[in-house]
Write a protein that binds this ligand. Structure first.
Ligand SMILES: [Cu+2]
Length: 162
């Protein structure tokens, strides 16, 4: 939990491995959430909805990395309007369905908790059928070269027999 005395300013840091830290917390109207982009891997913070965790339906920070050259974090500030839940995700690549979501003021009970939101985001992965590729025998380059040599030798032998 964040210190309620310092609750007018929240820092949310993006980590490389798909997590916003913290990813679920309470904030009061007027509080500023500073989303801190500290990695060389792009992330974003985009508002979504509980029912569609990975679909934009509100503000969008744009895609950011740490400031180039200085390595200092790029900071995107968001001011909390009221205490109703704000659902968030990163819209870069597959980060959302890998669990890169967050919520400001999510209900702590009922069916719209942060855990339910996270499960919904990640469920998008399991619902997508895994593409099963027909297995083609993989021939290493060395074996391929050996085969080619054998073939050439055969051709030469045939030539000599003529
Ligand atoms: Cu991301």
């Amino acid at each position: 939990m964040l210190d309620p005395v310092a609750a007018c300013f929240h820092w949310v840091t993006f980590r490389i491995l798909g997590v916003m830290t913290p990813n679920n917390f309470t904030a009061a109207a007027g509080d500023i959430i500073a989303f801190e982009f500290v990695t060389v891997i792009s992330h974003s913070v985009v508002q979504s909805s509980f029912n569609n965790p990975c679909i934009r339906s509100g503000f969008d920070s744009g895609t950011h990395i740490a400031n180039e050259g200085t390595g200092q974090p790029y900071v995107f500030n968001y001011t909390v309007a009221d205490t109703s839940p704000v659902w968030l995700f990163c819209d870069v690549s597959t980060h959302c369905k890998e669990g890169m979501v967050a919520a400001i003021n999510p209900p702590t009970s009922g069916d719209q908790t942060f855990a339910a939101f996270l499960a919904k985001a990640e469920a998008r992965v399991s619902r997508e059928p895994r593409r099963s590729r027909p297995r083609t025998p993989r021939i290493g380059v060395a074996r391929l070269l050996l085969r080619r040599q054998a073939h050439l030798a055969q051709v030469l032998r045939r030539e000599r027999l003529r």
